[in-house]
Design a protein around this ligand. Structure first.
Ligand SMILES: Cc1ncc(COP(=O)(O)O)c(C=O)c1O
Length: 425
């Protein structure tokens, strides 16, 4: 542990550690937080929650979670495949299938487990079955800016989880440049062998850049590879893009079955931690046989099933979104408003969604910027550990125009102040 101690000490000395805040109370976007370093309490307006539709505090959602606890208790106390499956799981899977227009859905505890389960199931199948032998290698193509859950799963895709040695045919992983369809097509041409099973995986909305994967162009390229699989991670797309919040297919005026008609197998991962006021993830497909295989993946059989309150909260949230897509429209209007206000004040915002990364002038440290804002009652996330340091604002459906105007005014004042102090230094 000596190296860890020395490293973390140096980390603190260099000011690279994140500031820590603890929430004591929440009313809409107003959050009472404690600054752990000073013990100070203050109420701030949050622009960093992923509760994009504002359902976390919705009465019907909270009540659904409470009812589930009253009926089933707080945990299912078993894995799904043994004795941990409850009727709410089935209802939630059906609801997601309807929302995503893909008939077969399997639940997981979170995105990381869902991704790993898929790699295990797709690349390595499950237990040996007499008379069946897979001889085909897998080629996985991944956008370089994909989320960590994808990176982790594909890096581990060479061997089935829980095994030290693998006996399946090889799995090869290649990355293509971010949303660059020329590079994507080139990599497929270069690396796809005639008998490969091909899987392409991408964030639908990129979690750090707030942009959207070029789905129509991806389908155009992939239709040259019949049977290839396209997995979209819709963590930030669900409830946020498309007229009713269904996600990336709806955003581009498509449904997943149009990919099927072109010989491509669409898979969608939904997560509940953003739009659905809960935690957990799901993989949906039109292939009936994938579901039982996912059900016996190591990250399904080796861990607890989704607890009753989380399942119920996600189920009620999705029902609310499907019943009243106006929330999605408000979110999209708020996104447009916030982006236009930032542009008016010469802030450089990446992407096009409610995930709103703002690149600050190079002389401004995002951590200092966010600290100054929090002192003025505005909470945004500073990001300084990736290529282009930024602050990350997440707009949600509960923000008012006055909230957003207030944030922009504070950002302008803070930028002026910090730029001035670097000039005079
Ligand atoms: C693209 C993407 N995928 C997956 C995840 C992880 O989702 P969860 O926390 O719901 O497991 C995130 C979370 O930020 C994400 O942005």
């Amino acid at each position: 542990m000596q190296v860890v101690k020395e490293y973390v000490q140096r980390w603190y000395e260099s000011g690279l550690d994140p500031d820590e805040y603890v929430c004591h109370n929440k009313q809409g976007n107003l959050v009472e937080i404690e600054d752990v370093a000073t013990g100070e309490h203050r109420t701030v307006l949050s622009f960093c929650t992923n509760d994009v539709l504002g359902l976390v505090q919705e009465e019907a959602v909270k009540q659904a979670a409470i009812n589930a606890i009253l009926k089933y208790g707080t945990s299912n106390s078993s894995t799904s495949v043994l004795s941990g499956r409850i009727d709410l799981h089935r209802q939630l899977e059906d609801e997601i299938s309807a929302f995503k227009h893909l008939p077969y859905t399997q639940l997981f505890m979170n995105a990381w487990m869902a991704m790993q389960a898929l790699m295990d199931a797709f690349c390595h199948l499950a237990i040996p079955v007499p008379g069946f032998q897979n001889t085909r290698e897998t080629l996985i193509l991944t956008d370089v800016l994909n989320h960590g859950c994808i990176v982790s799963a594909i890096v581990n895709a060479g061997t089935r989880s829980g095994k030290v040695f693998g006996h399946s045919p090889r799995v090869r992983v290649k990355a293509y440049r971010h949303c660059n369809m020329e590079d994507f097509a080139r990599k497929l041409r270069r690396y796809a062998l005639p008998d490969d099973r091909i899987m392409v995986v991408s964030d639908a909305v990129f979690s750090m850049d707030g942009d959207i994967a070029p789905l129509p162009e991806m389908l155009d390229v992939m239709q040259n590879y019949p049977g290839s699989v396209l997995l979209m991670d819709e963590a930030h797309a669900s409830g946020a893009i498309g007229a009713t919040g269904s996600g990336i297919y709806e955003h581009f005026g498509l449904v997943p079955m149009q990919a099927v008609e072109r010989g491509i197998v669409p898979l969608i991962m939904t997560t509940f931690s953003k739009f659905a006021a809960s935690a957990g993830a799901a993989i949906s497909s039109h292939v009936e046989e994938l579901k039982p295989l996912l059900n016996v993946s190591p990250t399904s059989i080796g861990t607890i099933s989704l607890p009753p309150p989380n399942t119920a909260a996600a189920l009620e949230s999705i029902r609310q979104v499907r019943k009243s897509p106006e929330r999605v429209q408000i979110l999209q209007e708020n996104t447009r408003y916030m982006r236009s206000r930032l542009a008016e004040h010469d802030f450089v915002a990446l992407g096009e969604t409610n995930v709103l990364p703002v690149i600050l002038p190079p002389e401004i440290n995002p951590k200092v910027f966010a600290r100054k804002l929090i002192q003025q009652g505005m909470w945004v996330s500073p990001i300084w550990f990736i290529a282009k340091p930024r602050i990350r604002i997440t707009v949600n459906a509960l923000h008012t125009k006055a909230d957003m105007d207030h944030l922009v005014a504070r950002m302008v004042a803070t930028r002026d102040l910090l730029c001035e102090s670097t000039i005079s230094a």
